[in-house]
Design a binder for this molecule. Structure first.
Ligand SMILES: Nc1ncnc2c1ncn2[C@@H]1O[C@H](COP(=O)(O)OP(=O)(O)O)[C@@H](O)[C@H]1O
Ligand SMILES: [Mg+2]
Length: 253
């Protein structure tokens, strides 16, 4: 049997007595893409952060590439993270480093490549992310869309088997959104990676998703195939898809 790329079982996270994630379970196979949707504050970002071990759940488990994330020793978690490309909601680039140094920040730590080889690798990743001649710029000199691309270039520098994208098109116009969607698909084809993409944009979701999960108040309300999602009249999914104010999804979390 093929191992799941990601396997989450009854994962719950509470912070200061407040439930943040409630009993979340899902599996993802290699090469598959799960798009997570849901209102602001529903818990999408916290789920991704918990999956990479930045938060420790009170109960349940998360396995990535067969490893139980929250049971690993520090060094083992470090090792696992090399297989995970994480594009943060805010680009998360270091302001004081040149773009190329940002892209190979992790690679520098984990490989013995010299500066010339690292720089060549950065150029390759930037090109794959659709950026040219930005190696020696600082992040602040790039437009918002270019910063997103630089964040993606950094995430793919280690050829990760797992890709996590937190709202990669937030604040981008429809044309750029489409370009980023194509970019993500191309990267996945190349690397064969499984991906979890937090998206607020239906175009992006429909372009990328094998399946779409709806997060409501820290719980994964359900996961549907993309085609099921587009057609379902299940009340939560329908309310979210149609953007209705009235329905079972609370307006305030
Ligand atoms: N670092 C943190 N520590 C404690 N609570 C947090 C932290 N970040 C977010 N939260 C809370 O977790 C909940 C889910 O937030 P988040 O995952 O950021 O939502 P989403 O990404 O779906 O918009 C919110 O109630 C938020 O206030
Ligand atoms: Mg978020």
């Amino acid at each position: 049997m093929q191992t799941n790329a990601v396997s989450v079982n009854n994962l719950s996270l509470t912070i200061d007595g407040k439930p943040i994630l409630r009993n979340i379970s899902f599996d993802l196979k290699p090469g598959e893409t799960l798009v997570l949707m849901g209102k602001n504050g529903s818990g999408k970002t916290m789920l991704l952060k918990t999956l990479v071990g930045l938060f420790r759940p009170q109960s349940g488990s998360a396995e990535i590439l067969g490893k139980n994330v929250h049971r690993l020793a520090h060094s083992e978690l470090d090792e696992l993270r090399r297989s995970i490309g994480y594009v943060f909601q805010k680009s998360g680039l270091f302001d004081s480093l040149h773009v190329w140094q940002n892209v190979v920040f992790a690679l520098r730590r984990f490989s013995d490549l010299d500066d010339d080889a690292l720089r060549a690798k950065a150029t390759e990743c930037l090109n794959r992310a659709g950026l040219k001649d930005v190696e020696d710029k600082f992040p602040s000199e790039l437009s918002g869309g270019m910063q997103k691309r630089a964040g993606i270039a950094r995430a793919i520098a280690m050829d990760p088997q797992i890709l996590l994208f937190d709202d990669p098109t937030a604040g981008l116009d429809p044309v750029l959104t489409d370009a980023i969607a194509e970019l993500i698909k191309g990267i996945q084809r190349n690397l064969g990676s499984a991906a979890i993409v937090v998206a607020h944009d239906f175009n992006l979701a429909y372009k990328l998703a094998d399946k779409i999960g709806l997060v409501v108040s820290g719980a994964l309300h359900g996961i549907l195939s993309r085609d099921e999602f587009r057609q379902t009249s299940e009340p939560y999914f329908e309310q979210f898809r149609e953007g209705k104010l009235t329905g079972p999804i609370p307006v305030i979390e």
